[in-house]
Structure formats: C-alpha cells, structure tokens
Design a protein around this ligand. Structure first.
Ligand SMILES: [Zn+2]
Ligand SMILES: [Zn+2]
Length: 364
C-alpha cells in the first residue's frame, strides 16, 4: 500500500510503498476513508517532538473495517469506524476508573515507542521496520490498530467528514465538557481558532455558556468562530489579555489555550476571573515552560488544568459527537479547508504551518 513516511532529521515526508502485516489478536485492519492533518503531525516533522522514526504519520482518521484479528468480538468487516489515538487497554488503573484517555499502556507503550500494544509494529518497507504514530498512522491506504482504537459509528455519516471527530473535535469539545465541565451560564475564552479551538467554541455553545470570546490572529478564523457560536471576537497576540479585560473586566470563568505556546498558556491564566480555570488543550514543543503567579492563583482560587484528548471516553463520546453532527447540533463542514490526495501530505503540512487553513483531509 501507499503511506506517508517521515524518516526523521528534518527530511521532507513522502509517499512510499509500505507493507502492512495482518492484524494480530485484539487488532483490526481499517481501510482509510479520510485522514485529517493536525498540528501534532506538524510537531513531528518539525522535530519538536521526538518520536521513533521512520514513522508513518497521521493520527486522525476514519474508515471501514476490512479485517479483524483473533478475539475481536465487537467489530466486523464493513463496520464504519473513527480512529482514536488513545487506544485503551481496559485493565490499567485509569482504564478501570473510567478514564481511558489516561490509559497507562497508551501513555507508556503505543505513544512513546511507536508500536502497538504487544510492543511490535505491523509496518515495514523493503524489510525495514517502520513505526506507528500514536497507534494510528492514518496517512495511509490502510492501517492496523488496536480494536479499542477503532470506534464504531453509524454508517450513514459521511466518513470523509467525521474523520475530524477522531482528534480535533473530540479534543476541543471534550476539553470543555469533560476536562473543565463548563456549566450553563459560564463565561469562556478560547485562544486559537483552528480545528481544536473552533471545537472548544462549539463545545462551549453546546454547554450553554453565556459568553464565548474567540481569540485569534486571523480575521477569517474569528468570523468563522462567530458563526459557530462565539459571542465576541478579539485579536490575539500581544495585548490579548488587556483586550479581554476591556471587554470583560472581571475576566472569564474558563480560558482554553487551544494553541499551546508559552505566551498563550500564560495569557489563558491571566484572563481568568476569581475561581476560574485555565485549560491547556493545544500541545507545545517538548520542554516548554510557562510561568504564573502562584500568589494570585491561590488568592483568586483558580485552577490550571491539562486536557489530554479532551479527557474523552472515546466509545461514549465519539459516536455521540457523530450523532450531534448528523442532528445538526455540531457543525463540522466549516472546519474542512479542503480534501487532497495522500501524495499531497507534505504540502498539506506546510499549508497548516502557514496558519490560514483549518482542517485538511487526505483522501487515499
Ligand atoms: Zn491531532
Ligand atoms: Zn489502560
């Protein structure tokens, strides 16, 4: 099959011939319908995150199950699925506590080691082993993933759109509903209006937030945020905190950093009202350090929360988000900047880095 491989060291990713071994016990093979291009792929090709290479990129996607390994009872060929980049073992402490987005095996094996649950890879090229990216590697014609990373969804939903639910939408909406548990009537700021940030805006609207302030450097993204439920829009960058305080002198109950830069994380904390919570959703390069004033944090009774994958319970949240899309409550189509062939993945990554595009979908 064809897949997009990044060989490390700043080399440009490229479409090459890749061998995919059949699914082993507890795994499924999925024919990819669409794969979204995310900043977490960009971090890898920019060398900002160390992952084992050579690696098949991509961690957001959708498709149709084409084969199942031994012992897989809840999926069958023909099932429509959205891929999750936090497959869960079901047996570790967080999994048993109902917090599968914190799965210890996903955090210590699949994500850092680039392999599947049994510690091995199904990907190779000319006899050379390739690594999986976040147990997904969706920039490919087919994937083999842990069965828990393939979430069955209704088969009347358009696969080339709902791919987005697998990362951007689950992360953004989940950070609002699950991590922060934003309540009706709350005030919210969202810094960064890309695929994740616009999903935070929509999550806040669905939660019944009274004020939703969208903040971005790009006017077209602010216009889109206003169309998706934001009540106010402000220019991002230097001075964003002062602009927010002009609009809302007391600050906001919840501030989401959907970018993950040191400055935006610090701005989110500084935008908080008394009792507010800042939520770090966007992911920075490895080793970033942000600062805050602990005296203010304590006296103002504030919180700083990290949100991994929107704290999702994928098997509960992903089908529900697809339903919300099909019911018209959640809008996905405005988040799609375009659909491109797999071979254009390197250009799509460069376009994402340019800051103007939202979600681009690669269609094998
Ligand atoms: Zn992502
Ligand atoms: Zn687990």
């Amino acid at each position: 099959m064809k897949a997009v491989v990044y060989r490390g060291g700043g080399a440009r990713a490229g479409l090459v011939d890749v061998d995919l071994a059949p699914p082993r016990a507890g795994e499924v093979e999925v024919e990819i319908a669409a794969a979204g291009v995310c900043h977490s792929d960009l971090h890898v090709v920019r060398g900002e995150w160390a992952v084992p290479t050579p690696v098949v990129l991509g961690h957001e996607g959708s498709g149709v199950v084409s084969a199942v390994g031994e012992g897989v009872a809840d999926l069958a060929p023909g099932d429509h699925v959205v891929l999750s980049w936090v497959p869960n073992c079901g047996e570790c402490r967080p999994c048993l506590a109902g917090r599968p987005a914190q799965c210890v095996v996903a955090a210590t094996v699949t994500a850092p080691k680039g392999v599947l649950f049994d510690g091995t890879s199904r990907l190779s090229a000319g006899g050379e082993q390739l690594y999986h990216y976040l147990a997904v590697s969706s920039f490919a014609e087919r994937v083999v993933v842990p069965a828990s990373g393939a979430i069955k969804v209704r088969d009347d939903a358009p696969l080339d759109t709902i791919a987005l639910v697998g990362c951007a939408v689950a992360t953004g909406v989940g950070s609002v509903r699950n991590t922060a548990a934003v309540e009706a009537g709350a005030t919210v700021a969202v810094i960064g209006c890309g695929g994740v940030g616009l999903s935070c805006v929509q999550g806040a609207r669905l939660a019944g937030a009274e004020r939703i302030v969208a903040i971005d450097l790009v006017q077209s993204k602010l216009d889109l945020a206003l169309g998706l439920g934001a009540t106010d829009a402000l220019a991002g960058g230097a001075g964003a905190v002062e602009r927010l305080r002009e609009l809302m002198p007391e600050g906001v109950d919840y501030a989401f950093d959907a970018i993950g830069r040191i400055e935006t994380t610090e701005q989110a904390i500084e935008m908080l009202a008394l009792g507010g919570a800042a939520v770090v959703v966007g992911l920075p390069p490895t080793g970033s350090r942000a600062s805050f004033d602990p005296l203010v944090l304590a006296e103002a009774d504030q919180r700083i929360l990290g949100s991994n994958y929107g704290s999702v319970v994928a098997h509960r949240d992903v089908p529900a988000l697809v339903d919300a899309y099909m019911d018209g409550e959640l809008r996905l189509d405005p988040l799609v900047s375009g659909r491109r062939p797999l071979a254009e993945a390197p250009q799509a990554l460069e376009d994402l880095a340019g800051g103007e595009v939202l979600r681009q979908l690669l269609v094998p």
